[in-house]
Design a protein around this ligand. Structure first.
Ligand SMILES: *Cc1c(COP(=O)(O)O)cnc(C)c1O
Length: 395
C-alpha cells in the first residue's frame, strides 16, 4: 500500500500514513482483509501475499502508521503486548543476561522469572535505572538486553533514555524501551538512541479498551527481519479485526492524549492537596532530576497518576477494599489507556504476580492506588475522587 511521504504533523500521519484509499474500490478506510490465504497467479507468482500468519494488508496499514509515529523504520505487530516483548526475549541464547528496571510491568517480570530464567537459562537482574551513575557497573559482557519502562508502572518513575542507550551500547547490549505508558505521542525512544521500542497497543494506542495487541518498533533492518521471522515462526500474529480496530483508535491518539494529560495534571494537583493522600506519583514530580528528564524526552507527563492514602486512614486490605467500592465514575479494573477512567490496586491486581517481599522492596504498598485518567469531563472525575477520599476522613 502506498502512502504520501510529505506528511509531517503527528495527527496527520496518524490519520493518513499507510491508509491511502484502497486501490481496487477506492474505499477511504483500509478494509479488514480476513482471508487466511491468497490465490496465486501461477507457480511462484503471488502478489506479495501468501498466507495470513505472515502477511495481511490491514496489519501492514497499521504497521506503516505506527512506524511513522514512533520515528521508526519498521513496526512488527503481535497478538498482545506480552507476545511483542516475548519476541524480543526470544533473541536470547542460554546464558545471556537481561538487566531490567526494578519497577517493571508484572507480566514482564513473570515472563522473565517463570519462563526465561528456568527454561531458557536466562540470567536476569533488576536494578534501579533511575540512578544512572550506578547502571554501568551492573552490566556485564553477558548482558544482551537492557530493558526499561519509562514512565514506569505503577510508580511512574522516569529514566533517562539517552543516558541508558549510551551505557547499553558501551557494553554491547540493546536498549529496549517499553513505551506503553507514554505512547508515541508523548515520547519517541528511538530518537534518544533506543534500539527497540515495545508497546502494549491494548492501552493508549487502541485507546478504547476493546482490543489486545502489541508492537515492536526499531530502525535496524536486521532486527526487524528477525522479529518478523519470529512472529511467523512462533505465530503470535495480530488478527485482522484487531489490527483494524487499533488503526481506528490510532487516528485519534493525539487528541485523546492531549485530553488525558490535561485531566491527569489536574487530578495529580487535586490529590496532592487532599488531606487523605500521603503521596502522589506523577512523572517528573518526584525530584528535580526527574523533572528535567521529563522536560527533555517527553512532550507531557501522561495520563497515569498513582497515589498513596495515609495508612492510618486505611490500615489494611479490608479498609482499602471499602475505599474501592466508593468510586462511581472510575471503574475498578486492570489495564489503562482507554477513554474511560480506571482505578486499580497494584498490590492485588497488576502487581499481584510479584512476591510480597519484592513488592515491598519496590515501594508498592497496600495503600497505593493507580489511576488511568480518562477523557471524561474533569469535574466528574474530581467529584468521584473527592467523594471516595472524603469518606476515608469521616470513617
Ligand atoms: C499491558 C502492558 C503490557 C502487556 O501488554 P498486553 O497487551 O496486556 O499483553 C506490557 N507492558 C506494559 C507497560 C503494559 O502496561
Amino acid at each position: 500500500m502506498t502512502h504520501p511521504t510529505n506528511l509531517t504533523g503527528f495527527n496527520t500521519r496518524a490519520i493518513h500514513v499507510g491508509q491511502s484509499p484502497d486501490p481496487t474500490t477506492g474505499a477511504t478506510i483500509p478494509p479488514i482483509y480476513v482471508s487466511s490465504t491468497y490465490t496465486q497467479d501461477g507457480l511462484g507468482q503471488h502478489r506479495g501475499y501468501e498466507y495470513g500468519r505472515g502477511d495481511n494488508p490491514t496489519r501492514e496499514a497499521l504497521e506503516a502508521a505506527l512506524a511513522s509515529l514512533e520515528d521508526g523504520d519498521f513496526a512488527v505487530t503481535f497478538a498482545s503486548g506480552m507476545a511483542a516483548g516475548d519476541s524480543i526475549l526470544r533473541m536470547l541464547k542460554p546464558g545471556d543476561e537481561v538487566v531490567a528496571g526494578l519497577d517493571l510491568y508484572g507480566g514482564v517480570y513473570r515472563l522473565l522469572e517463570t519462563v526465561y530464567r528456568p527454561h531458557h537459562h536466562t540470567q536476569v537482574r533488576y536494578i534501579d535505572l533511575t540512578r544512572i551513575d550506578a547502571v554501568p557497573a551492573s552490566l556485564s559482557e553477558k548482558t544482551r538486553i537492557l530493558w526499561v519502562e519509562t514512565p514506569s508502572n505503577p510508580l511512574l518513575q522516569v529514566a533517562d533514555i539517552q543516558a541508558l542507550a549510551t551505557v547499553a551500547h558501551e557494553s554491547g547490549a540493546l536498549l529496549v524501551v517499553d513505551n506503553t505508558f507514554a505512547s508515541p505521542y508523548l515520547q519517541n525512544p528511538l530518537h534518544w538512541g533506543a534500539d527497540l521500542v515495545v508497546h502494549s497497543m491494548t492501552k493508549y494506542i487502541a485507546g478504547h479498551s476493546d482490543a489486545i495487541g502489541g508492537a515492536v518498533l526499531g530502525r535496524d533492518p536486521s532486527l526487524g527481519e528477525h522479529l518478523r521471522f519470529i512472529r511467523n515462526a512462533a505465530g503470535a500474529t495480530l488478527g485482522p479485526f484487531e489490527a483494524w480496530l487499533i488503526l481506528r483508535g490510532l487516528k485519534t491518539l493525539g487528541v485523546r492524549m492531549d485530553r488525558h494529560v490535561a485531566n491527569a495534571e489536574r487530578v495529580a494537583d487535586f490529590l496532592a492537596h487532599h488531606p487523605a493522600v500521603a503521596r502522589v506519583y506523577y512523572p517528573g514530580h518526584w525530584t528535580e532530576e526527574a523533572g528535567r528528564i521529563v522536560a527533555r524526552q517527553m512532550r507531557a507527563p501522561g495520563g497515569m497518576v498513582s497515589f498513596e492514602v495515609h495508612s492510618a486512614l486505611a490500615p489494611d486490605l479490608a479498609a482499602m477494599g471499602r475505599l474501592f467500592t466508593r468510586f462511581r465514575v472510575f471503574s475498578l479494573a486492570e489495564s489503562l489507556g482507554g477513554v474511560e477512567s480506571l482505578v486499580g490496586h497494584p498490590a492485588t491486581m497488576t502487581h499481584a504476580a510479584l512476591p510480597a517481599f519484592v513488592r515491598s522492596e519496590r515501594g508498592i504498598r497496600d495503600q497505593l492506588i493507580r489511576l488511568s485518567v480518562g477523557i471524561e469531563d474533569y469535574a466528574d472525575l474530581e467529584a468521584d475522587l473527592r467523594l471516595a477520599l472524603d469518606a476515608l476522613l469521616e470513617a
